[in-house]
Design a protein around this ligand. Structure first.
Ligand SMILES: Cc1ncc(C[n+]2csc(CCOP(=O)(O)OP(=O)(O)O)c2C)c(N)n1
Ligand code: SF4
Length: 342
């Protein structure tokens, strides 16, 4: 565990607000883990801001004893862009849901990711609209029956990881609400990344979509249904006696059986590389889904790219160097101005 950067503790990040999520909601675990790691990241709470849109997950800023904005549906990434661009020293966190971030907010999420501001985006994926009482969302599986899809959803769902990769995300990871250790490690990695860190958190909504992630949440079935990504390690999953690995066949992932004493490298099992500049491999990983494949969990991709706020600052500095500091007063009274008689 990383050494604590400050005298703050988890309790310092717990607000006085009553937490209003349903009993058993996966959001509790995310909140607890974020509060636990936050003292490692900052020395002062006032240097942190949590920004959300609308949804159950978007109530998050109320429960963090930091600055926060509960903004407009789907617009948290845009607020975060403005906040980070004008206050680059702040630690900026976006909390969104699959509905908030990928329905109404898809456009905003896309543009924030592609600009690569140095901030963290946590997308809670429960594959449903929780707050509005259980309508299907863009990540709902085909056939999901809800009040708004009574005959079963006929939409092809969007995968948040593929969305982030397609938007040019420089850090893309997936973690699970019930796996505290993995989530904390993932949050540390996301925070350490310079650029937009996109983290999908698989989250159970026990009221409207209970068990949608059960096979990867349950400790017993998780090894067979997920694959833990570790840079430099072969893509092996399963349990002793039932080990399997992933090979690439003409660019297509394929599952092969492994005996317990078999060398995965000799069998051609892919070795995970999160630093590849090309997104092709990360996209191939993102296509892995159950029941035919294990679900990849961990960091899929991490690369370096310039950050929006640094480029912006450089442009401002360049203008000051060439044209002088400038005056807002002069600007406002330049050109064609007039007075409205009062
Ligand atoms: C402009 C606008 N449209 C629709 C709504 C209704 N609405 C509120 S939250 C929500 C979806 C939330 O789903 P998700 O982001 O998955 O969050 P969850 O509640 O599951 O955490 C919708 C459609 C709204 N508040 N504002
Ligand atoms: S409706 Fe679902 S997502 Fe919302 S608080 Fe309740 S359990 Fe959590």
């Amino acid at each position: 565990m990383a050494a604590s950067a400050s005298p703050l503790t988890r309790k310092d990040f717990v607000s006085t607000q009553d937490v209003r999520w349903c009993p058993g909601c996966g959001d509790y675990s995310v909140l607890a883990n974020v509060q636990r790691v936050m003292p490692e990241f900052v020395e002062k709470r006032e240097n942190v801001v949590f920004i959300s849109g609308i949804g159950c997950s978007s109530r998050f800023p109320y429960y963090m004893n930091t600055y926060g904005f509960h903004t407009i549906h789907g617009r948290a990434p845009s607020f975060a862009t403005g906040i980070k661009a004008s206050n680059p020293d702040l630690s900026v966190w976006v909390v969104t849901g699959d509905g908030d971030g990928l329905s109404i907010g898809g456009n905003h999420l896309l543009h924030t990711i592609r600009r690569n501001l140095d901030l963290q985006i946590l997308l809670f994926n429960n594959k449903i609209y929780g707050l509005t009482k259980g309508q299907y969302s863009p990540t709902s599986d085909e056939g999901t029956r809800t009040k708004s899809s009574p005959h079963g959803s006929i939409d092809h769902p969007i995968d948040p990881i593929s969305f982030a990769l397609g938007s040019g995300a420089t850090f893309v990871a997936r973690t699970i609400d019930v796996d505290a250790t993995h989530m904390q490690q993932t949050l540390r990695r996301a925070h350490a990344h310079k650029g937009t860190a996109f983290v999908e958190i698989l989250q159970n909504c026990p009221v409207f979509n209970d068990g949608v992630w059960e096979d990867v949440q349950d400790r017993k079935t998780r090894p067979d249904n997920s694959i833990s990504l570790v840079h430099g390690e072969p893509l092996v999953f399963g349990t002793p006696g039932n080990l399997k690995g992933i090979v690439m066949n003409d660019g297509n992932p394929q599952v092969v059986d492994l005996t317990d004493d078999e060398d995965p490298l000799a069998k051609g099992i892919v070795v995970h590389d999160e630093f590849l500049e090309s997104t092709a491999y990360a996209f191939a990983l993102a296509t892995l889904c159950r029941p035919d494949f294990p679900l990849p969990v961990g960091v899929l991709r991490q690369v370096e790219k310039t950050c929006y706020e640094d480029e912006l600052e450089a442009q401002i500095q360049d203008s000051i160097d060439t044209k002088g500091p400038g005056s807002l007063e002069k600007l406002l009274h330049s050109g064609d101005t007039w007075q409205v008689p009062g």
